[in-house]
Design a protein around this ligand. Structure first.
Ligand code: DAH
Length: 343
């Protein structure tokens, strides 16, 4: 056999051997070993034959060279094909490529809404003073929202400009005070309740008004309750909520369902980082008063025997003071960038 003929045969045998080896691999690392064994520049078996080309006679050289190049081409193609298959299999197993150098991502954590924080804190303080949490419907009747609360329907508060009336009759409660009536209808004194919940008014949507907003109603009715209980309980609450140095002021006010009525202001003491003590301006925090005897009569409670006091406050406004929030809309827009600061 000619020298060219035997080398061409040797190349064809190598080609079969290499194809079998490629088919037998099960991962990229094994495939790379096969590539090096046959096509590696220095030690590869095909490369070694190519290096012998120089020693061949000029007649034999072209045939062997051409065959060697063909085998190289074929094996490269087979290696690539096998590698593509491994890549497809990796993608199918659903294990994504992970970039371990990427910065970590924090898990998103929920938090309580700042108004909820304030409502809960206020309810906790009153719970320790003997008050139970209560609630009533948000869709109310004129009786519960106005008339039973000693507010005649020609009172400006009942005007369509102020209250949202519902189509089939009824209205969205304009304050949480109707819960006073609902509770006193069902329970006889002694009654001590706190009723947090939403209230609705035909108000503009601006920095200080929202058409839907939170209120907390408070009510205490028992035998022998006086203005002293009223002032003492609310002062005690203010000092527990705003701090022991807080001053409380009761200014005369007017509400149809209380007599006498008061606007309650607080003046907080702020201790600076250097230990200096400053007092804030007077801040109005609630409306309050002694329950009007007409209200007790409306629910069949004898005002000669029983008396009580009540208050209504806006926890959104209190949250704004507490956390330094200047626009009430931030509390109701549910923007996560704002709310997550309370986490
Ligand atoms: N309901 C009143 C309002 O929405 C607030 C209020 C004032 C409630 C005095 C009371 C009270 O219980 O005694 O403006």
């Amino acid at each position: 056999m000619s020298e060219a003929g035997s080398l061409v045969d040797e190349l064809r045998a190598l080609e079969r051997e290499a194809r079998d080896a490629i088919t037998g691999t099960s991962d990229s690392a094994a495939l790379e070993q096969v590539r090096v064994a046959f096509l590696g520049r220095r030690e590869g078996r095909v490369s070694r034959i190519l290096r012998q080309l120089g020693g061949l006679s000029p007649e034999a050289r072209p045939a062997v060279g051409a065959e060697a190049n063909r085998v190289k081409q074929v094996l490269r193609g087979a290696l690539e094909e096998r590698e593509r298959r491994f890549a497809r299999e990796r993608a199918d197993t659903g294990t994504p490529a992970r970039d371990l150098t990427l910065p970590g991502r924090d898990r998103w954590r929920g938090a309580r809404h700042p108004v909820t924080l304030v409502v809960d804190e206020i309810c906790d303080i009153f719970a320790r003073l003997g008050f139970t949490r209560a609630r009533g419907p948000e869709a109310e009747t004129e009786w519960y929202n106005f008339v039973a609360l000693n507010t005649p329907l020609d009172h400006p508060a009942a005007d369509e400009q102020d209250t949202l009336y519902l189509k089939g009759g009824g209205l969205l409660r304009s304050h949480t005070s109707p819960v006073q009536i609902r509770i006193l209808e069902r329970y006889r004194p002694p009654v001590r309740i706190l009723a947090p919940g939403p209230a609705y008014r035909r108000d503009t949507w601006d920095a200080t008004h929202a058409p839907a907003f939170f209120q907390i109603e408070g009510l205490a009715v028992d035998e022998g309750i006086t203005f002293v209980d009223f002032k003492a309980t609310l002062s005690e609450f203010a000092r527990r909520f705003w701090g022991p140095g807080t001053r409380v002021r009761f200014r005369p006010g007017y509400f149809p369902f209380t007599e006498p009525s008061a606007e309650v202001d607080v003046k907080r003491r702020v201790v600076g980082a250097d230990g200096s003590v400053e007092e804030t301006a007077w801040l109005e925090v609630m409306g309050a008063g002694m329950v009007d005897p007409a209200v007790l009569e409306n629910v069949g409670i004898d005002p000669e025997r029983y008396s009580g006091w009540a208050f209504g406050m806006g926890p959104a406004r209190i949250a704004m003071l507490k956390y330094g929030i200047s626009d009430i809309r931030m509390l109701y827009e549910n923007d996560i960038r704002f709310l997550s600061q309370f986490a």
